[in-house]
Design a binder for this molecule. Structure first.
Ligand code: GDP
Ligand code: MG
Length: 291
């Protein structure tokens, strides 16, 4: 029996649905999803294995022009994912223009890896408009397969999967067959907390926050977790905590529920806010946070 395997890296502009697609392909919520730009900061692997195949997906931060060091590191994750791909799944949607970020698209088209273009969010458009968009993409990337889907509704994702499988080279298993991701449990816990912050706060706040697990103890009847919410400025601390601590309490209780579901145990979650001045431009802080 031939064994196929490969690195299938999901690239595209912010907010087109890359993380939604990866979760749908993997069948697990590995990447956090919100309507805000730059929700995904790291490259996150999602591994799907069968008897005769292994697909190693990578979800990546959206393509952007870096304004601070954190974003530079995010773009390194994007470039890395371009260079080690067997297959690039370039995601666009029915909203963004075909020409958005065309320089970067060119880079992807010229890369050595095989490519598939995915037009996502087709639930938001009509058949007629989709036909036109499809034609525009055909003109942009002649000879490249184009697959319309709705990642949110799982529409046509099964066909995309078949196509991905058929394009994979013969290869070994890169990870144990029961492994789901390259990230540890703690990473996902920090992401759950960050997701609540992305959802509940406005403007710069979500982009100024990084989460650190200070301690994690499995006790008899529950898991006790202390997490620090790092902010970039003093003024952001009060905003995070909110009037009488209500905002932080809400974040804590929503995050706790999701973490309980994720690890399958009762959780006692304590959140603290600390100021780490301009950490997004501070090499040492970025290193500490894993960028
Ligand atoms: P990313 O930045 O490319 O990773 O995009 P996300 O996966 O975080 O999704 C961005 C937003 O688009 C979220 O609000 C998603 O719910 C939404 N979204 C993703 N896929 C679809 C889809 O197929 N249809 C619709 N209507 N919305 C979608
Ligand atoms: Mg994302």
């Amino acid at each position: 029996m031939k064994h196929r395997s490969g690195f299938v890296n999901i690239l595209g502009n912010p907010n087109v649905g890359k993380s939604t697609l990866m979760n749908s392909l993997v069948g697990e919520k590995l990447s956090i999803i919100t309507s805000k730009m730059q929700t995904t900061r790291h490259r996150i692997m999602g591994i799907v294995s069968g008897d005769d195949f292994q697909i190693v997906y990578s979800d990546t931060p959206g393509i952007l022009n870096p304004k601070y060091l954190l974003q530079e590191s995010m773009m390194k994750a994007v470039s890395g994912a371009l260079s080690d791909a067997d297959l690039v799944v370039y995601v666009t949607d029915v909203i963004e223009s075909v020409n958005k970020n065309s320089d970067y698209l060119r880079k992807i088209i010229d890369a050595e890896a095989e490519k598939i273009i995915v037009i996502n969010k087709i639930d938001l458009t009509s058949g007629e408009k989709l036909d036109k968009l499809y034609e525009l993409w055909e003109g942009m990337v002649p000879g490249t397969q184009i697959v319309p889907i709705s990642a949110l509704n799982n529409f046509n994702v099964d066909n995309l999967l078949k196509l991905i499988l058929s394009r994979l080279p013969e290869g070994p298993e890169y990870f144990p067959k029961d492994q789901l991701t390259d990230r540890h449990e703690r990473f996902f816990i920090t992401e759950i907390i960050r997701e609540k912050i992305l959802v509940h706060y406005q403007k710069e706040i979500p982009y100024s926050v990084e989460i650190e697990i200070e301690s994690y103890k499995d006790e008899k009847s529950l898991t006790r977790i202390r997490a620090i919410i790092h902010v970039a400025r003093e003024s952001q601390k009060g905003i995070i905590i909110g009037h009488k601590g209500l905002m932080l309490k809400r974040v804590g209780s929503e995050a706790r529920k999701d973490i309980e579901e994720f690890i399958g145990r009762k959780v006692f979650l304590e959140l603290f806010v600390k100021v780490r001045k301009e950490w997004r431009d501070d090499t040492r802080s970025l290193k500490m946070f894993g960028y």
